[in-house]
Design a protein around this ligand. Structure first.
Ligand code: PGA
Length: 251
């Protein structure tokens, strides 16, 4: 039986002093969990987060990385730079990056390949807008995000990758997908991975749900058979709330 992977996406929150406080509070609260716990912090908090979580069951991730190894890309960070300071994971293709920073399935794909090459584990985000869902295009959108986003990714690379299904209408809105909606959409995503990689690989793949997951709704979502974890925004900024999500599923 799979454990769950619970990742916090801090987004652009927490300076170093606040990050230290949050991590110190979180450590004892999640130390006995059999689930995988990841915190994805702003770049400037990463090195400190790696130091503070050394020897604990908390893993550290970034929220983006570039597709090039180095070069004239002002403001960007190379995957090898993250790897060098001990970062293990990296969120890629979050809907906020797609919406505000021009991220496409193609750029997500390029970043994913570079991240994997550098030895990072990508957490690749996909998800539909409310308009796409209501007009019956959800499956088409998800299928395209998967097909284009995972172009050229082989089975071995897929095994080092996590997918986060995040319906855009549920992110930061307080409107969570119902257990059934989330389970069905993730089941559909898995069927697409099955077509590309076969049943065995698709079953092994971790697909998280993200979008207003909190201490109250986490148990219901995490107990759905298709849902392998959560990507948590707002509720990951508070140690008690985040640890309650981590503790909501016991293996
Ligand atoms: P939320 O964010 O939990 O605040 O809805 C989730 C995410 O954007 O990853």
């Amino acid at each position: 039986m799979k454990n769950k992977i619970i990742a916090g996406n801090w987004k652009m929150n927490k300076n170093q002093a606040e990050a230290e406080k949050l991590i110190s509070a979180l450590k004892p609260l999640v130390k006995d969990s059999k689930n995988t716990v990841i915190i994805c912090t702003p770049y400037l908090d990463l090195e400190q987060a790696v130091c503070l979580t050394a020897g604990t069951n908390i893993h550290v991730g970034a929220q983006n990385c570039h597709w090039a190894e180095s070069g004239a890309f002002t403001g960007e960070v190379a995957p090898s730079m993250l790897k060098e300071i001990g970062v293990e994971y990296v969120i890629l293709g979050h809907s906020e990056r797609r919406q505000y920073f021009g991220e496409t399935n193609q750029t997500v794909n390029a970043r994913m390949k570079a991240a994997l090459e550098a030895g990072l584990k990508p957490i690749v985000c996909i998800g539909e807008t409310l308009e796409e869902r209501n007009s019956g295009r959800m499956q088409e959108v998800l299928a395209t995000q998967i097909k284009e986003g995972f172009e050229g990714i082989d089975e071995e690379q897929l095994r080092r990758t996590i997918v986060a299904y995040e319906p855009i209408w549920a992110i930061g809105t307080g409107v969570t997908a119902t257990n059934k909606q989330a389970n069905e959409a993730i089941g559909f995503c898995r069927s697409q991975f099955e077509e590309l990689y076969g049943k065995d690989e698709a079953q092994k793949l971790y697909i998280q749900y993200g979008g207003s997951m909190n201490a109250v709704n986490a148990a219901g979502l995490l107990n759905q058979p298709e849902i392998d974890g959560g990507l948590i925004g707002g509720a990951s900024l508070d140690a008690e709330k985040f640890s309650a999500i981590v503790e909501a599923y016991k293996i």
